[in-house]
Structure formats: structure tokens, C-alpha cells
Design a protein around this ligand. Sequence first.
Ligand SMILES: [Zn+2]
Length: 296
Amino acid sequence: MSGVRVRRPGLWVAGAVAAGVLAVGASGCSGGGSGEGVGEGPSKAANREAPTAPGNPAPAAPRLDPRGVPAEAYTRWGLAKPLAPAPASPDRTPVLKPSGPPVVLDRVKTNDKVVFLTYDDGAEKDPEFVKMVGDLKLPISMFLTHSVAGSDYGHFKKLRDAGNGTIQNHTTGHANLRTLPYEAQRKQICDQQDRLAAHFGARPTLFRPPYGNYNDATVRAAGTCGVKALVLWRESMQIHNMQYAEGKRLKPGDIVLAHFRGPAELKGSTITEMTTRMLRRIQDQGFTVARLEDYL
Ligand SMILES: [Zn+2]
């Protein structure tokens, strides 16, 4: 199998170093004396290099959970337990219409205990987040603004490909669209559709107006650019906690807003730390994450 990296003995006590190894199935999840994750049969690489004590089984390929993620990855990214798999058959009624103006939504009607992760703007481009999204196979919908994300669309391509993500539209310049006439709104939306299609090979179907501000002209303008839905949100992830639209609980089908922000905006926290906290809030309430586009 190509891609199996040789791991020097001792390296894998440093959790961060093992990150890139897991994806290719050669991580030693029996490490640390936990005895977990052994049993799928030894890998060749592990046999060759592992300095196992007499009587210890050689490290085996990691046991994957139903989401295809090794349990160790959840631990490494600060989660106490695995994320539950999203239902194989989503409970949904089709939301998007083949023609006509786009729909506006901030949640999806479903009985599944799922919520949807969306990340906005694109200023922060942290390579650790690519690892996290890949390790945990996070389905994230990324709403990109050209003026901040455009300096490195390659980063977002990696993010899309690492997990189960999609690239969506958040205007060229993060304008408050309600203050602009129809044609100017159309330019903010359509120009970004064209750019994202050119860079990512697919024309977005979803659009998020900056600040959640829109009017009838926005809906019409977005429709002419091929947008099928204006996507707002029910919860907004802050540095440590979520702000809820109502009550203090997630509801099935809620869309959760987060941002590509770094330590300067998160009071020293990284985007991966913020995401860990968000995932904990989601797990603590008995929810898991699903791909928004699978429910539309
Ligand atoms: Zn924004």
C-alpha cells in the first residue's frame, strides 16, 4: 500500500506527529499501554519497525468507527467519544427547487439528531485545521468571501478534499447587501460564483449573505447567478460557547455558523480548539454532524 510512512520509534507519543499517519492506516493504536484497537491483523510496516516487547502484539491497523475514523483521532482532537454516524438515509424532504427563486433557510426540517457545520469568510488558513477536518472526516460547508479567502483558495481545496466539504458563496467583498441596489448586489454574488467555479470546478448552489442581511433584491439577484438557497443559521459558535436562536438547545436540522478565525480574533484560541469546543457542545446534546447538502 502506497503512502504508509515509516514511523520512528518513540515519535508517536507526541500526538501531533501521528496526525498524518492515521489516514493511511498505519498508526499504532495499541500504544500507550491502552491495549485498544488491536485485532485487525498486523501491518507489514508495523512488523518491520515496531520495537515491541516480548509477548506484546504488534501494532495493528487502527479500528475504524462507522464514520471511518479511528477512535484515537477523536481523543487526539480533544473529544471524549466518537461522533455518532449520520443516518445513512437522511430524514428529509427535498428543499431545493429545480427552478424559480432560491429558498431561504436557517435549518432543515428533519427528525434526525444532526446539525450542520458552516464556516464563513476565509481569513484564517490554518494547516492544522486541514488535519483535523481530514482526521475526523468533518462535513463542512465553507462560505468563502473572495477578498479574504482569495489569497489562497488552494487551502480551501485541501479542506474540501480532506473531509467531506463543499465550497459555497459569501460574496466578493463581504458587502452589506441590504445597502446596495440590485445590480451591485448581483455583482457581489455572481462574480464570486464565477470565481469559485473557476477555482474549484463546481458552481456553488448555496449563498450566505454577509451579516445575514438580505432583501428581495438579494434573493432575485442570487437566483440569476444559479444560487438555489440562501443559507442563514440558527446557532453561532463563539470562542467557547454557542449562541442559540431560541432556548439553549440545538434542534434537529439546525445550521451552525462558525468562522475561519485565528488566535488574533479568538483571544488566543485556534480554529481547531474552537471547533473541538463546538463538537463537544454538539455531542453533549446528543447530536452529531451531517453534510448540509445531503439534507437539501
Ligand atoms: Zn461573513
